[in-house]
Design a protein around this ligand. Structure first.
Ligand code: IPM
Ligand code: MG
Length: 402
């Protein structure tokens, strides 16, 4: 016998989900323009430590940023602001993904650099509250998760534009157990959500002189939502003469990232949230591991920069936190510099990270005491950024490996 009552309850729940999402669409229609940082003074950079190794690698990145921006700070163009309280202890005590007072502080910053935060899962001892990352992306409408992966000596230069507020993540905590046997989650894709992420990907390609944008979906199977994503890809591509586009399925794309004959043809990739989550971890591994990759979570008003990995609680439990690798947060810092209109500083920091982390490797982090500490690596990066012959050194490294 079909349980009619269960179906009715599920329908009511589904109705509420749809109502919220249609309200969100209305908000998206009224969205303003991208922030122009050249007109803002001071630009407030929030520093959020997070959990586990987060405070250590974030503090190290703050030190490097403060050093690179020292003239701007003196001139009053930049101000740093430490935001406390985005910790699992405080979030669990308040039973909130982001406690209200913390969110209010975050909203006082134009951009933030955020360490990894612990994401509880059923049965891990913490209350199963929503991920702080996901909540922050939704609260601040940080729809573009931009994740670059570069291996210059292999001619790999990918920029992933992962949609950050929709797909299975939009209502990931609002799925339903219709009966004890039937569980249903909801996948949400909107016209406005697709348009803005796809347009951001093409605009980036145009600005950086890239020639191709690749869409990644599973539109042959997930016909309605991925079908919409692809339809909108076609429409937006039409507005960007001179930039080619193509479309791949997520399964074969995971294989092609490993195909050395093919993979350096990909340039800018745009994809729904969950595919982007998975594919960018794989891509980061090709660059040297998730510990080496940073990401921007950009919305039109706010932006947050973070590592793509988690908080590594094991390193803390085993007393190895001082050996944590700050590379991912330093890459995120380079993206932050680029975003607030200091592209030369961002590019210098990236080159220094290439030289220190991928090529010269004079100071090597292993995560254990045989390796360097987070601070020693930070010193190495700072000295490299300041080196007047950094460009030459970088060219020599890339050539030697090529
Ligand atoms: C990421 C992470 C997050 C995600 C988790 C921590 C919620 O894996 O930033 O890729 O799935 O988006
Ligand atoms: Mg991930």
């Amino acid at each position: 016998m079909v349980d009619r009552k269960a179906i009715e309850e599920a329908q009511a729940h589904f109705g509420k989900v749809l109502e919220q999402q249609l309200e969100r669409v209305e908000r998206l229609k009224k969205e303003g323009d991208w922030t122009d940082y050249s007109k803002i003074s001071p630009i407030i950079i929030g520093i959020i430590g997070g959990d586990g190794i987060g405070p250590t690698i974030t503090a190290e990145s703050q030190r490097v940023l403060e050093y690179l921006l020292r003239d701007q700070v003196k001139r009053g163009k930049i101000q740093f602001k430490v935001v406390e309280g985005l910790t699992i202890e405080n979030r669990a005590a308040k039973m909130k993904a982001i406690p209200e007072d913390v969110l209010a502080e975050i909203k006082k910053c134009h951009v933030t650099l955020k360490g990894p935060t612990h994401t509880p899962e059923q049965g891990d001892g913490w209350p199963n509250i929503e991920s702080a990352n996901v909540a922050m992306r939704k609260e601040l409408d940080l729809f573009a998760n931009i994740r670059p992966v570069r291996v210059p000596s292999q001619n790999i230069d990918w920029t992933f534009f992962r949609e950050n507020t929709e797909d299975l993540y939009a209502v990931g905590s609002q799925g339903i157990n219709v009966t004890t046997d039937l569980a249903v989650d909801f996948r949400v894709i909107t016209t406005q959500g697709c348009e803005r992420i796809i347009d951001a990907a093409f605009a980036h390609a145009k600005r950086t002189g890239k020639k191709k944008v690749t869409a990644v979906t599973k539109a042959n199977i997930v016909k309605t939502t991925d079908g919409k994503f692809l339809d909108i890809m076609r429409k937006i591509a039409g507005r960007y003469a001179g930039i080619e586009w193509d479309s791949w399925y997520i399964d074969i794309m995971t294989a092609k990232l490993l195909d050395i004959k093919r993979r350096n043809q990909f340039q800018v990739l745009v994809l729904p949230n969950l595919y982007g989550d998975i594919l960018t971890d794989e891509a980061a591994e090709i660059q040297g591991g998730v510990g080496t990759a940073g990401s921007a979570n950009a919305g039109k008003r706010y932006a947050m920069f973070e590592a793509i990995h988690g908080s590594a609680p094991r390193m803390v439990q085993e007393g190895r936190v001082q050996y944590a690798d700050p590379s991912s947060m330093l890459r995120a810092s380079a993206m932050l510099l680029d975003h607030i209109h200091f592209p030369e500083l961002g590019s210098r920091l990236n080159k220094a990270l290439d030289v220190c982390g991928q090529y010269e490797k004079k100071v090597v982090i292993t995560g254990r005491k045989e390796g360097a500490t987070c601070k020693q690596f930070g010193d190495y990066v700072m000295a490299t950024v300041e080196d007047a012959s950094l460009d030459k050194r970088w060219d020599a490294c890339v050539k030697a490996k090529g």
